[in-house]
Design a protein. Structure first.
Length: 129
């Protein structure tokens, strides 16, 4: 049994399959999930697990070279906006509609139980060397 890190076997396995340039959408419970990408649904109850908890856990495991979020986040969810800009100083902002379109090309979608709007980010995997 793993001692630390991500213990969810479905998520740990999906992360191990990612490569350079792959997209990972971390999203709130209300984000529409497109057909196609692999989905690991962690939502248990409203707010559990939170967007912040899941994002922090993923960032401990992944090399991320870029991130994209909805420009509406700053006004609609200042806490998520602050979290994202703190982690990604060069965060790319697009409309929420464009983020939904981009998510169709993600390799993996991780759905959280977050119940606040616009708590979504599309991560672009980097390489560790």
């Amino acid at each position: 049994m793993k001692r630390a890190g991500i213990l969810n076997r479905h998520l740990a396995g999906a992360l191990a399959e990612l490569g350079h340039g792959d997209g990972v959408l971390v999203c709130d419970a209300g984000m529409p999930i497109p057909a196609g990408p692999r989905v690991v649904d962690l939502a248990f109850r409203a707010g559990v697990p939170s967007f912040a908890e899941v994002l922090e856990g993923l960032l401990d495991e992944l090399v991320v070279e870029g991130a994209t979020a909805a420009q509406e986040t700053a006004e609609a969810n200042p806490a998520a906006s602050t979290l994202l800009t703190g982690h990604f100083p060069t965060l790319t902002l697009v409309s929420h509609e464009e983020l939904k379109s981009l998510s169709a090309d993600a390799r993996l979608i991780v759905r959280t139980g977050e119940a606040r709007p616009y708590a979504n980010v599309l991560l672009r995997c980097g390489v560790f060397f």
